[in-house]
Design a protein around this ligand. Structure first.
Ligand SMILES: Nc1ncnc2c1ncn2[C@@H]1O[C@H](COP(=O)(O)OP(=O)(O)O)[C@@H](O)[C@H]1O
Ligand SMILES: [Mg+2]
Length: 250
């Protein structure tokens, strides 16, 4: 007799593909920073439109290979990543970025979002969802503050976990419950849209940022999120719950 196997747990690595699917949903669209496949002419056009853009590998994580490209003066552009930091004239940007990109990887260009900060450190919010018996549950929610001077908030790059509600209260004290509700609603919408398309998803880790005006933006959605950051929060309830559920579903 054939043993019925659990359906394989599905992982979607391409940020580009997940972005296209989410942008297609009219409810999600306003939350998605403009994102295009990397091309040299598009980099300059996006830089002109947004002033700051993030170049990121289509497949990757941990903030690795991400470059923030920012106009700092009329003809000067700053390029900053975990490894590099340089300011060059505008007409030298493409050549410089070229030396940072790996020839065998695809890259995206994404509208740069000016994140809200706490003590000068930008932060964003990780929303963790797990699918239990076909029902998605938001089991984790926490802010992560970029390590001083860093352009990414990733936990593995020194990002500091922080209670989400406290972080939002620091920057938008009059809007805390409204923003928390919006974040939660958005998380369930992301889960709905992506799991309509990919049937084997079990967990999602959404990185969403609040800009300085309080608008919410989705940077990426991980389909195999780590959850070690939740262990650093004062309250371990989320961590323990996520761990227990992971054992059941993956
Ligand atoms: N468009 C953007 N604007 C501002 N900050 C961004 C943007 N994209 C990424 N970041 C910052 O970089 C971090 C890492 O980017 P992300 O897209 O999550 O890639 P990774 O898979 O490497 O984690 C984000 O959590 C956020 O702090
Ligand atoms: Mg991320």
């Amino acid at each position: 007799m054939a043993v019925k196997k659990k359906r394989a747990f599905q992982e979607i690595a391409s940020k580009g593909l997940k972005t296209i699917i989410l942008e297609h949903d009219s409810w999600m669209k306003p939350y998605m920073p403009k994102t295009v496949w990397y091309r040299e002419d598009r980099l300059l056009a996006m830089l002109d439109t947004f002033g700051t853009v993030f170049v990121k590998p289509d497949k990757g994580g941990g903030g690795v290979g991400i470059i923030r490209v920012k106009k700092v003066a009329d003809e000067l552009v700053e390029c900053k990543s975990l490894k590099h930091h340089k300011i060059v004239p505008k007409d030298k940007v493409i050549a410089l970025i070229d030396t940072y990109l790996k020839p065998n990887k695809r890259y995206l260009i994404q509208q740069g979002i000016r994140l809200a900060t706490i003590n000068g450190r930008p932060f964003d919010i990780r929303l963790m969802l797990q699918r239990i018996d076909h029902k998605w549950e938001l089991t984790g929610l926490a802010a992560k503050l970029a390590a001083p001077g860093k352009i990414v908030t990733n936990f593995c790059k020194g990002g500091k976990p922080y209670t989400a509600k406290d972080a939002v209260a620091k920057v938008f004290p009059n809007n805390v419950s409204k923003k928390m509700e919006e974040l939660k609603k958005l998380a369930y919408r992301v889960a709905h849209v992506l799991s309509n398309r990919f049937k084997g998803l079990r967990e999602l880790g959404i990185d969403a940022g609040l800009d300085i005006n309080g608008n919410i933006w989705v940077f990426e959605v991980n389909t195999r999120p780590t959850y070690g950051m939740f262990r650093e929060l004062k309250n371990l309830q989320m961590y323990n719950n996520i761990r227990r559920i992971r054992k059941l579903i993956v």
